[in-house]
Structure formats: C-alpha cells, structure tokens
Ligand binder design. Structure first.
Ligand code: ADP
Ligand code: MG
Length: 227
C-alpha cells in the first residue's frame, strides 16, 4: 500500500460495483453496476427509499464489505489487493463514520469518546479531541457524558470523533435521522465546514434537508444509481 496521499486520485471510487445477497428467498441484487466517485471538498447526498441499497453502498465505500463484482479504489489503489489488516488500517486512517444513532459510548465523556479511535496509537490525542470539540461548538461540554447531551450535541461529538484521524472521507448514514429540523441544519452546517476543509463527504439519507445542503445529490432506486 502506497502510504502517500494518492496524489491527484479521488479519495474513493466505486467502479462497476454489483452487490448480491444470496438468501433463503433467492438472490437480491442490492447494487447494480454502480459507478461513483467521492470528490474532495464536496458533500454528496445519496437519496433513495428504504431498501434501495443505501446502506449497502455505504458499506462498500467504507470498506466494510466486499462487492460481488467491480472494484473499490481508495486514493487510486484497488482495495481488493489489500490484506484484511491493511484494509483495517487504511479505513482507520482515511475514513470517518457518522451514524444516525451516534454510536457513542455512554460511560465515556465527550473528550474520551472523541479520542477513542486513537486508543491503539502511542501518541496522546486529548488535545486534538478538545480542539475538535471546540470547533463543533462544544468547548463547554468536554466532560459531559452522552446522557448529559442533547441529540444535536451528541451528533456533534460523533462528528468530532469521526475527524480525530484526519480522514480523507466522511461517510454519514442518516446523520440527521434523529434530529429536529433546526438541529439537523446546525449539524449539516458543521458537515459543510468539514467538506470546505477538503474532506469528501457522503451522506446517505431520505431526509430532503440533507439534499438541500449537499453540493450534489444522486438517487438510488432498486440498486441503480442515477445522477
Ligand atoms: P437501504 O439502506 O436503502 O434501506 P439496504 O442496502 O439495506 O437498503 O438493502 C438493499 C437490499 O438488499 C434490500 O432489498 C435488502 O433486503 C437487501 N439486503 C441488505 N442486506 C442484506 C443481507 N445481509 N442479506 C440479504 N439481503 C440483504
Ligand atoms: Mg439503510
């Protein structure tokens, strides 16, 4: 694996991705020949109804599952060529995740949650965690645990956590799904700021609000990407 920044390559690219699941009821084609490029500095919304393949596509982009056919390229390199260990490493370094239900550890403070992805590293990331929490407007909530935070604050902690490793790509699964409209707008504002700093952001959603904030919106229908 080239450990450089991939030079001019896009951070992530899906090339002819098909994903099929074989189950009791037969084969389901969750993604059908999808081409998609994540661009730096851009927020893309992937919209589509339930069952259209959004989570499956996010799993492909996040290197969490293998396609049936087609290739995933991270910074111009085919992910299929990597060992499981290398894949975990590049995911940790290059990709940040934000989820609808935040995925925070309830017993840990905001700072501890944000620095958690760095627990296997030698350096102490506390200062960076504090800095990131300040950037998302939570400088006065560092020691609060998730149950002491509002939904919007929890999502901002999760966004700060997703940035701790300075990822090239931020993947968000329904980031505003559990938030009211005003709070959702504030969180989307944070996400736009992250993209402005050069990160490629992909949000899968059926919230039209996310579409309003996105630089680009593509539609998934029955596993086929349009746009
Ligand atoms: P979305 O996130 O848009 O709701 P999904 O990506 O979760 O859609 O699912 C797309 C299709 O693939 C659906 O028909 C779903 O039933 C099917 N599917 C998803 N995951 C699995 C799986 N692990 N096994 C079998 N079928 C699956
Ligand atoms: Mg889903």
């Amino acid at each position: 694996m080239n450990d450089g920044d991939g030079h001019g390559s896009p951070p992530l690219r899906l090339d002819g991705i098909t994903k099929q699941y074989d189950g009791g009821g037969g084969t389901v084609t969750a993604l059908d020949d999808v081409d998609f490029t994540v661009e730096r500095g851009e927020v893309t919304a992937i919209m589509g109804p339930s069952g259209s393949g959004k989570s499956t596509m996010l799993n492909m982009l996040g290197l969490l599952d293998d396609p049936t056919t087609g290739s995933v390229e991270l910074l111009g390199e085919r992910v299929a060529a990597l060992s499981a260990r290398e894949r975990t490493d590049v995911r940790r370094k290059r990709v940040g995740f934000v989820f609808q239900d935040f995925h925070l550890i309830p017993t840990l403070s905001a700072v501890e949650n944000v620095r958690l992805p760095t627990r296997f590293l030698d350096a102490d990331y506390t200062d960076r965690a504090v800095d990131l929490l300040g950037r998302v407007g939570l400088a006065d909530r560092l020691r609060h645990t998730p149950d002491e935070l509002s939904g919007g604050q929890k999502q901002r902690v999760a966004i700060a956590r997703s940035l701790i490793n300075e990822p090239d790509v931020l993947l968000a699964d329904e980031p505003t799904g559990n938030l009211d409209r005003d709070t959702g707008e504030a969180v989307l504002g944070e996400i736009q700021t992250i993209a402005d700093a050069g990160v490629g952001v992909v949000a899968v959603t059926h919230d039209s609000l996310v579409g309003e904030y996105a630089d680009r919106t593509v539609e998934l229908v029955d596993g086929v990407l349009d746009g």
